[in-house]
Ligand binder design. Structure first.
Ligand code: F6P
Length: 558
């Protein structure tokens, strides 16, 4: 194994800081009302800046002793050392013997970073230049389909990290898209996805981007073949090779497989095995986004990523936002019993952000062994979930406010809306974004400070229903605000969560960059295929429950 990262992980539970946190958690009785009253400086002390993000941790269940112990924990387990190893390109992805260098994807062109004998920055910018030239050609109509018509729809075919990031960013940056160009995304092997996504499209003006790091993913290759058949069917007057050349490009680390699929290697954009799938939206995997928003905006997004990288790399732990947020998550998950973590964007544009974060966080830290192969020593990997406010308010916030579980939540909002609208009502004009933000502020306030029984009574509530109307408060939130949702700010947000995820993995001793847990199901799906198709031997190899489910399928399929 070459240039491996840290040797054995420090067992976080055997550190002095862990013992200290355990005793602090014992009988911990947070009282945000009292803490705010006793410390007028709390908001200032716990409000931090990271690039363009304003992050308010004051409504966290954090006092000075807990904060000091969390920082001591980071120190004892060596979070900063592992971070530096990552940035330097050491092989901290031990089970795949790989460097972890998504941060190199956003280094400026004049930087240099030698990894395994290669300057990766030069390679990154070579590919970026090609992606940008392609994006410009599609956007200005220089790139035409086989009939000579310009492209109106770009369809990204990919799954997991080859889909979630591009979709999320395409939605988030809707205000920056070129009007006469649309992107669509096919990910699921459910044939409904390809069928409904292609419905109404004209093959002559449609271009496909097959995005797959490995170019071996069943879903993506199947969908790519479906799309190729659809294209050739619609363009049957033209030579098939020409049609594929003009309507298919690929993004992959496996350029030989791209060629074997029939895509011209000249129309393929590469990346590298040191970019994990869920960390790849800022590589060529973001080509559909580059087409949608244009190279200049894409470059702004990369500079936002880089700004957050620099914050994480260079800021001392007490002011290092991703590190503090990661440590706070450890506090909630390992000491206060939180099992889930909500991410609640007060921005409809970020409606796919929680889904994107689910892969980032859970594929990274849903692990039961540490990077040396030994079992983890504590619980790992919270369930991340969320929906945009205010939709979530009318769905699941009840449980966050008054349920019996602790659910830490990150609230995200932007001062300036992408689409400012006024509502005129009863002779008054109201800025709808302000109504929206009023909900953001109100929710975090209600969660933190609640409502006592006396306050409920003061409202004239009948005694019998007072308990039902009490809010205990002390439900932790982190508020993240930025001036507006620009490409740069989106890059900062994604990098923030990448580094939060990293910090948690580093504390737990986890390799946050492999994903072996998705392999078994893939393998079994290959084996079960013949059984579904009626192969008696393959059916006999299945367990009784699977046999019974297959029998149900065969009986009911029309
Ligand atoms: O689900 C497992 C996974 O390997 C993800 O990590 C990855 O993002 C996704 O599959 C897609 O893989 P690929 O880009 O190689 O098609």
């Amino acid at each position: 194994m070459s240039d491996a990262g840290s040797e054995a992980p420090v067992d976080c539970t055997s550190t002095e800081a862990w013992s200290r946190l355990t005793s602090l958690a014992d009988g911990f009785a947070p009282d945000l009302r009292a803490w705010f009253a006793a410390d007028p400086d709390r908001v200032r002390r716990l409000s931090l800046t990271a690039a363009d993000l304003h992050v308010d941790l004051s409504k966290s269940l954090l006092d000075d002793e807990v904060l000091a112990a969390l920082l001591a924990l980071a120190d004892e387990v060596g979070v900063a050392r592992r971070r530096d190893e990552m940035f330097a390109g050491r092989h901290i992805n031990v089970s795949e013997d790989r460097a972890v260098l998504h941060t190199a994807l956003r280094l400026p062109e004049d930087a240099r970073l030698d990894v395994d004998g290669q300057d990766v920055v030069a390679e990154v910018h070579d590919v970026l230049r090609r992606v940008y030239a392609f994006a410009d050609d599609v956007r200005d109509g220089t790139w035409t389909g086989v009939t000579g018509e310009r492209i109106r729809t770009v369809v990204n075919i990919g799954i997991g990290g080859s889909d979630l990031g591009p979709v999320m960013a395409y939605e988030a940056l809707a205000a920056y898209r070129q009007d006469d160009l649309e992107c669509r995304f096919i990910s699921n092997i459910d044939p409904t996805d390809a069928a409904t996504t292609l419905a109404g499209l004209d093959p002559a003006t449609t271009l496909f981007i097959v995005s797959s790091k490995t170019f071996g993913t069943l879903e993506t290759l199947t969908n790519a073949r479906l799309c190729r058949a659809w294209l050739l069917d619609g363009l049957s007057d033209h030579d098939a090779g020409d049609a594929v050349r003009r309507h298919f490009v690929a993004v992959s680390t496996a350029l030989d497989k791209v060629e074997a699929f029939g895509i011209d290697p000249g129309n393929a954009f590469g990346f590298w095995d040191w970019v994990g799938g869920r960390y790849s939206m800022d590589s060529a995997i973001g080509t559909s986004l580059a087409v949608a928003i244009g190279p200049a905006r894409f470059a702004e997004m990369l500079s936002g990523f880089h700004a957050m990288d620099e914050h994480f790399r260079t800021t001392d732990p007490p002011a290092n936002v991703p590190m503090l947020m990661g440590l706070l998550n450890v506090w909630y998950a390992n000491f206060l019993g939180a099992q889930t973590h909500a991410v609640l964007p007060y921005s409809q544009l970020l409606h796919r952000f929680p889904a994107y974060l689910q892969q980032l966080t859970m594929e990274s830290n849903g692990k039961g062994v540490r990077w040396d192969g030994s079992p983890v020593t504590t619980t790992t990997g919270e369930v991340f979930w969320g929906e945009p406010g205010t939709n979530g308010q009318h769905a699941f916030y009840q449980l966050i406010h008054q349920g019996t579980r602790l659910i830490p939540a990150d609230f995200l909002a932007f001062a300036t809306p992408a689409y400012p609208l006024q509502d005129s009502h009863d002779g008054q004009s109201v800025d709808v974004h302000e109504l929206f933000l009023a909900n953001f502020f109100a929710q975090t306030r209600a969660l933190a400070f609640g409502k006592t029984a006396d306050e409920v009574r003061e409202e004239g509530t009948a005694e019998a229903i007072v308990p039902a109307r009490v809010f205990t408060g002390n439900r932790p939130t982190t508020s993240i605000m930025a001036p507006s949702l620009t490409p740069a700010v989106l890059g900062q947000l994604v990098a923030l969560y990448e580094h939060i995820t990293f910090t948690q993995g580093a504390v737990w001793g986890i390799d946050s960059f492999d994903q072996w847990g998705v392999e078994l199901g893939k393998q079994l799906a290959q084996q079960v295929g013949p059984a579904i198709a009626g192969d008696a031997d393959a059916l006999a190899d299945q367990d009784p429950s699977t046999q019974s489910l297959i029998a149900y399928y065969r009986e009911h399929r029309h």
